[in-house]
Design a protein around this ligand. Sequence first.
Ligand code: SF4
Ligand code: MG
Length: 283
Amino acid sequence: MPNAMDYSNNSTPTWCPGCGDFSVLRSIQTAAAHLAIAPHQMAVISGIGCSGRISGYLNVYGFHSIHGRALPVAQGIKLVNPELTVIAAGGDGDGFAIGTAHTVHAIRRNIDMTYVVMNNQIYGLTKGHTSPLSTTGFVTKSTPYGSIEAPIKPGMIALASGATFVAQGFSAYQEQLVEILTRAILHKGFSFVNVFSPCVTFNKTNTYQWFREHLVNLDEMNSHDPHDFQSAINRYISTDGLFTGILYENDDPDYYSKLPGERGTSVVHQDLDISNQFDTLMQ
Ligand code: SF4
Ligand code: MG
C-alpha cells in the first residue's frame, strides 16, 4: 500500500510558511495513496499563480501550463489518455478570471477528471491584489477604498453549468479534504472542488481563524442530501457559500460514455480517418 510520500518528488515548495496550498498538496498525495494510484497513471496539470507550482512538487506526470489554461490542457491529456487519473489545479484568479470560460465549459462537458481550485480570494503571486472572489469591501493595493464589486460564487457557477460533482474543502480540515478528493477522483465525471486555502501573507481578512468561525460542515448536517439539486442550491444560498463537504453529485453519464462507437478508448488508438477533415479545412 503506497503512502503520501510516494507521491512527493522531494522538491521543497517555495510557498510561504503557513500557506494553505501545503495542505492541498498533501491531501492530493494522501488521496492518491488511499486509492493506490500508480504514479505513472496520474497527471496533475496546473495554471499560473502560487498554487500553480503544485504540479512541480508531485511524483506523477505534471504540466505547469499557462494562465487560466490548465483545464484545456488537462482535458486534452484525459481525452487521449483516458486511463490516466487527471487532476487540474489552480487558483481563484486562474479559474474565475482569465480562465472562467474554460471552467464553465469543462464543467458542462463532464470529462472524467477532477478540478481543484485553491481559493485564497486574492492574487498572491502578484503580491496581493483583489481577485474575482474577493469579498465586497476588500482592501488591497488595487482596491485601496475597498472592492465595490460582488464576488463570483464558484459553487453556484458549477451548479448552473451542469456540474455532476461539487464540493468544498478547507486547508485546515485536512481529513475531510482528503475524503472529498478521494470521492472526487472516484466520481465518474467532472469533479469541481473549491478549497478555501488561505494566503497568510496577503489576505489578512479571510484567515484560518476567520474560516473556522464561519464555515459550516455539511457532514454534520443529517438533513443535507447531496443528490438533491434544489437542496444544493438552497444550501449554498443559506450558508452564503461558506461550507465544507460535498454539496452535490449525480450519476449523469460522463463525456466518454456518451461518445458513439467504442467507448472509453483512447482516441490515439482509434483508427481515425481525418483526411476528409483536412480536405475540408483546405477548401
Ligand atoms: Fe501562499 Fe499567499 Fe505566500 Fe502565495 S503569497 S505562497 S498564496 S501565502
Ligand atoms: Mg488566488
